[in-house]
Design a protein around this ligand. Structure first.
Ligand code: ADP
Length: 192
């Protein structure tokens, strides 16, 4: 089993690269952002609560996303592996993920962090906001709040994986293909 965490600030390109990774390696993509948006679309109580927070650019509670991930892991028992995208976003989530995977005897192989400048991130998110229909992408104030949440609560998650010697950083500023190539180089190491 190959379990990877794709890491980076909002707009770093995690979703785009995840799409290419699932095609090439047959992994299952678990994006907590997508799972939450699906709850919103279905109008569930969880979705209604989450929407209030997401529209402000703040994180939803750890137990909510950990519960969603746990359900998805149980529902995909025969998976070749998972790409975690947008999760873990706090150190508490990273610890919970380790416990969930310990039960499966399939730990995280590594974290791959996409490095992108702040100016490029804001530019990409505003561009995406024009046609994604995501309210949190359309408003510069909400974007700045998300970047602040990232710096305060999510950036420390890199340290968590560094201390386990599982951290890899790549340049997220090239073309989609160039970035994918850098990710593949890291994955090759894990598949050997
Ligand atoms: P982006 O990476 O572009 O910010 P996501 O789709 O990953 O987009 O997340 C959108 C919003 O969903 C976040 O701003 C946050 O409110 C919520 N969210 C997603 N994943 C998590 C998570 N693991 N923990 C807490 N909140 C989350």
């Amino acid at each position: 089993m190959l379990n990877l965490v794709l890491f980076g600030p909002p707009g770093a390109g995690k979703g785009t690269q995840s799409q290419k990774l699932i095609e090439k390696y047959g992994l299952i993509h678990l994006s907590t952002g997508d799972l939450l948006r699906s709850e919103i679309t279905q109008g569930t109580p969880l979705g209604l609560e989450a929407k209030k927070l997401m529209d402000q650019g703040v994180l939803v509670p750890d137990e909510v996303v950990i519960g969603m991930i746990s359900t998805k892991l149980d529902a995909n028992k025969d998976a070749k592996g998972f790409i975690f995208d947008g999760f873990p976003r706090t150190v508490a989530q990273a610890e919970a993920l380790d416990s969930l995977l310990e039960a499966k005897k399939a730990p995280i192989a590594g974290m791959i962090a996409l490095e992108v400048t702040d100016a490029e991130l804001e530019h990409r998110l505003l561009l995406r906001g024009k046609d994604s229909g995501r309210p949190d992408d359309a408003n510069p104030e909400v974007i700045r709040k998300r970047v602040k949440e990232y710096n305060d609560k999510t950036a420390p998650v890199a340290g968590y994986y560094k201390s386990q010697h599982k951290f890899n950083s790549i340049n997220g500023m090239g073309t989609i293909e160039e970035i994918f190539h850098s990710i593949e180089e890291i994955i090759k190491g894990y598949l050997q």
